[in-house]
Design a protein around this ligand. Structure first.
Ligand code: SAH
Ligand code: SF4
Length: 363
């Protein structure tokens, strides 16, 4: 990958990066300017890496993902799991299969599993609660990523032992959101995040970078929004066009813009957990290492096995689909060690206390 040069960064941008590093605050206009400046990429990454080191340390948290169903009642225009996509083979793992993968995750040394799926109505609370309880009993921190549910359902899952929930806002641009997520409401998405936060979940959210028509100003707005809700985790991934969706011919997200976005998030939310996403690695091999030195402190290796691993096709070209979970584990450990970092041995709950002042309040 060609690295942008940082020697010609205008002094104003150098000052802005320094301000961000020291105060963790930038205005919408300042964020927009930095996001729009390719020459600021290395500068932002270096500042974000320093802030990452100071606030969350050198440990890299590995979260094993179990993709337990690719059946979805929603029809998001960008996603291969959308209900109108007749080209993928649908699957749903049994409770025994899910538990078996969770046990294997324990065996690989993972302290957290992320249970992710499409919005699959089959998984009622009667079915899900015992699964969450059983996974929790293995001593794992449990993260769920099942899409939109009612407050009562989120509460039941929390009581069953779920600790965290990932629900990307995708974009703060409500018109764009509702155009690409037909039938879904931006207000409802935000209400879900608010419910999750008030129920005591650690809340993960994030952005899909590069949706057609998405402005850089809206990305700046996303950063400020995540800061205002005091997000615990933020996953930022480039949009990767999927040939089986209506956005098959769209341009897709830019690696460098996504990287600047991630670095700015670390600068403005110094304590957050920020993953080096699989979608970034899919765009550029070696991206995980680049992102781990640009502000990220989390990697989410896939624990799903066999055909399910191949059929959980949000986007094409997803890395490592042919590998076994055991291979992923040892590969990641080696890659992390070669960077002079280490695999963290705790469950990786969000750290608090180092930020000089807490930002905002969402509840
Ligand atoms: N159904 C749940 C969880 C699974 S989808 C939900 O929607 O929250 C998880 C994430 O995959 C989405 O939030 C979206 O940001 C991402 N995703 C979907 N299609 C994608 C694509 N084509 N390129 C990159 N990321 C995509
Ligand atoms: Fe379903 Fe999530 Fe894909 Fe939307 S992004 S179609 S909710 S799996």
């Amino acid at each position: 990958m060609k690295k942008p040069q940082s020697h010609s960064v205008p002094p104003r941008l150098v000052t802005l990066a320094r301000t961000a590093k020291n105060t963790h605050r930038l205005s919408r206009e300042e964020l927009t300017e930095l996001l729009s400046s390719p020459c600021a990429e290395e500068l932002l990454a270096a500042a974000a890496d320093d802030v990452r080191h100071a606030y969350v340390g050198d440990g890299v948290h590995l979260r094993g993902i179990i993709e337990f169903s690719n059946i979805c009642r929603q029809n998001c225009m960008y996603c291969g799991l959308r209900r109108d996509n007749g080209k993928i083979e649908r699957y749903r793992l049994t409770p025994e299969e899910i538990l078996d993968l969770a046990k294997k995750a324990v065996g690989y040394g993972y302290k957290t599993v992320v249970m992710q799926s499409g919005e699959d109505a089959y998984f009622t609370m009667e079915r899900l609660v015992p699964i969450v309880r059983a996974v929790k009993e293995l001593g794992l921190a449990v993260t769920l990523s099942l899409g939109e549910r009612s407050r009562e359902e989120y509460r039941a899952l929390k009581e069953a032992g779920a600790d965290r929930y990932l629900l990307r806002l995708e974009t703060t641009d409500s018109e764009l959101y509702e155009a690409f997520d037909p039938g879904m409401s931006h207000e409802r998405r935000k209400a879900c995040l608010r419910d999750l936060k008030s129920l005591g979940y650690e809340v993960g959210t994030g952005t899909l970078v590069g949706l057609p028509g998405q402005s850089v100003e809206s990305l700046a707005e996303d950063i400020l929004f995540f800061q205002s809700i005091d997000a615990d985790m933020i996953g930022i991934g480039p949009f990767i066009p999927n040939g089986d969706t209506p956005l098959a011919d769209a341009a897709g997200g830019d690696f460098h813009l996504t990287r600047r976005m991630v670095s700015l998030l670390r600068l403005l939310l110094p304590e957050a957990n920020i993953p080096a996403t699989t979608a970034m690695e899919t765009l550029e091999r070696g991206a995980r290492e680049i992102m781990l030195t640009s502000g990220c402190n989390v990697v989410m290796p896939n624990v799903t096995e066999g055909d399910a691993r191949r059929n959980y096709a949000l986007y094409p070209g997803k890395v490592c689909v042919a590998d076994t979970p055991a291979h992923c584990r040892s590969c990641m450990e080696g890659r992390i060690a070669s960077m002079g970092r280490y695999v963290a041995t705790d469950a990786g709950f969000r750290r608090r206390g180092k930020a000089e002042e807490k930002h905002g309040n969402f509840s």
